[in-house]
Write a protein that binds this ligand. Structure first.
Ligand code: ADP
Ligand code: MG
Length: 355
């Protein structure tokens, strides 16, 4: 008979803990890339170039022209909870940047080979550093860990290689690099539409054809046309609404009653972060059901700004889900505004046809 004595409780190795935490934040290559895009935009970049190999599992590289990272900060760059964007817990409620708890680069360094090359305006050269498990690591065994001077443009290049190399089961779960690449193009496309003033490009390593390429002077509709096609871009109406009581502002572009597709495309940004919300999606589909034929769905780009003190971004480290106060009321006002816009266009069309 097996012993009835309870098994003793032991602490997991820190290394195991770090890997588990990182694997929760970065489930697929696209999650690492999203964090890197947000960092680059936070750094004031006007150009982001992305190169991907094997759906991001072999290589994810993003080159920006932003402020760069101070050489003296490189030793702690990838430690957990090191950030230039937050000092106190209260800062969490007023944060205006994409990142906020300094976990992205740390996480990536625990589950991939990470190289950072960066140059600030006041540095005469760029600096390159390699990371593993939150710390500086030599480029090759036997070499020193300290950052090395190198030639480089102003800005930062982050290279992520062999994602999940030390998580065999996770790595095996990815059967199709092209599926991962599709997810990557989708997120790059979302930020390209949202971040006007920033040029985006994304392509596969070794290929000259661009998966996505939008110039920095593209308008929102220009980028939608580039990425989602002329058909939808020609049928968009813009909307804006704000409300002091619920402390929100919403704006965007939504397809008119002339246009419909099989599945709803919702490009949703809450406080400038790409997020999902089934509640918002459902409400918008409900609104459109009065205007579109059965089975037809809309395209909508919606940017929602809510007073940060009313948003709980801390539900989960991935920050993919967001809770906010008065969700129902806010969604209702947005849908009412969209409905008004749709009926206006509807009437004007009827009028034109009659005259
Ligand atoms: P967070 O974005 O929450 O601060 P990260 O781990 O994503 O945490 O980044 C840590 C810090 O590294 C950032 O606060 C920022 O100062 C710096 N950083 C990261 N990426 C870039 C970049 N592309 N350009 C300039 N600074 C960067
Ligand atoms: Mg970040």
């Amino acid at each position: 008979l097996a012993s009835q004595a309870p098994k003793r409780i032991k602490a997991l190795d820190q290394d195991v803990v770090n890997k588990i935490a990182a694997g929760e934040i970065i489930v697929a290559p696209v999650h690492a890339l999203k964090e890197l895009i947000e960092n680059a935009v936070d750094a004031g970049s006007t150009s982001l170039e992305i190169v991907v190999k094997d759906g991001g599992l072999k290589l994810l590289q993003i080159t920006d022209n932003g402020r760069g990272i101070n050489k003296d900060d490189l030793p702690i760059l990838c430690e957990r909870f090191t950030t230039s964007k937050l000092k106190t817990f209260e800062d969490l409620s007023s944060i205006g940047t994409y990142g906020f708890r300094g976990e992205a680069l740390a996480s990536i360094s625990h589950i991939a080979h990470l190289t950072v090359t960066t140059k600030t305006a006041d540095s005469s050269c760029a600096w390159r550093a390699h990371y593993a498990d939150g710390r500086l690591t030599p480029a090759k065994p036997g070499q020193g860990t300290e950052p090395k001077p190198t030639a480089g443009r102003g800005g930062t290049q982050i290279t992520v290689e062999d994602l999940f190399y030390n998580m065999a089961s996770r790595r095996k779960a990815f059967r199709s690099p092209s599926e991962e690449y599709a997810k990557i193009l989708e997120i790059v496309g979302r930020y390209a539409v949202h971040c006007t003033g920033v040029a985006f490009s994304c392509k596969k390593h070794g290929e000259s054809a661009m998966g996505i390429s939008t110039p920095s002077n593209a308008s929102t509709v220009d980028s939608i046309r580039q990425i989602h096609g002329t058909t939808v871009a020609n049928e968009l109406i813009d909307f804006q609404i704000s409300d002091g009581k619920w402390a929100f502002k919403a704006s965007g572009w939504t397809s008119n009653a002339n246009y419909h597709i099989k599945k709803t495309t919702l490009l949703l940004f809450i406080n400038h972060r790409s997020v999902e919300s089934s509640a918002i999606k459902k409400a918008i589909e409900q609104t459109y059901s009065a205007y579109l034929p059965k089975g037809g769905h809309p395209f909508i780009y919606l940017s929602l700004d809510i007073d940060p003190s009313r948003v709980d971004v801390n539900v989960h480290p991935t920050k993919r889900e967001v809770n906010f106060l008065n969700e129902e009321e806010i969604i209702e006002s947005i849908c009412a505004e969209i409905s008004t816009k749709l009926s206006q266009v509807d009437t004007s069309r009827t009028f034109t046809t009659q005259s």
